[in-house]
Design a protein. Structure first.
Length: 118
């Protein structure tokens, strides 16, 4: 099992930056895939950034070049650094962990809210 706790959300002006953190209850490098999702009001939850256990990263087009996902092994934390924020980035942001063995398991954090004002 994995417990996930997000932090770092808040209110920021357009063009500003925020750093979201997701603290995991186990060694972050033992988790197959860590994801950040977001859900804007009235929209479906979307996957925006992924980091695999071997360090590969993938981003949705709308955040490429602005957001960076990384890991801090000392703190068992996954970080989402968000720069050049836009009002359309306003959403609830969720951390997700995927474990692939022995069976496929998915774990979610409680979410953290980000508001970007224009």
């Amino acid at each position: 099992q994995v417990q996930l706790v997000e932090s770092g959300g808040g209110l920021v002006q357009a063009g500003g930056s925020l750093r979201l953190s997701c603290a995991a209850s186990r060694n972050i490098f033992s988790i197959n895939v860590m994801n950040w999702y977001r859900q804007a009001p009235g929209k479906q939850r979307e996957l925006i950034a992924t980091i695999t256990s071997d360090g590969r990263t993938v981003y949705v087009d709308s955040v490429k070049g602005r957001f960076t996902i990384s890991r801090d092994g000392a703190k068992n934390t996954v970080i989402l650094q968000m720069n050049s924020l836009k009002p359309e980035d306003t959403a609830d942001y969720y951390c997700n962990a995927e474990l692939w063995a022995p069976g496929r398991e998915n774990y979610w954090g409680q979410g953290t809210h980000v508001t970007v004002s224009s």
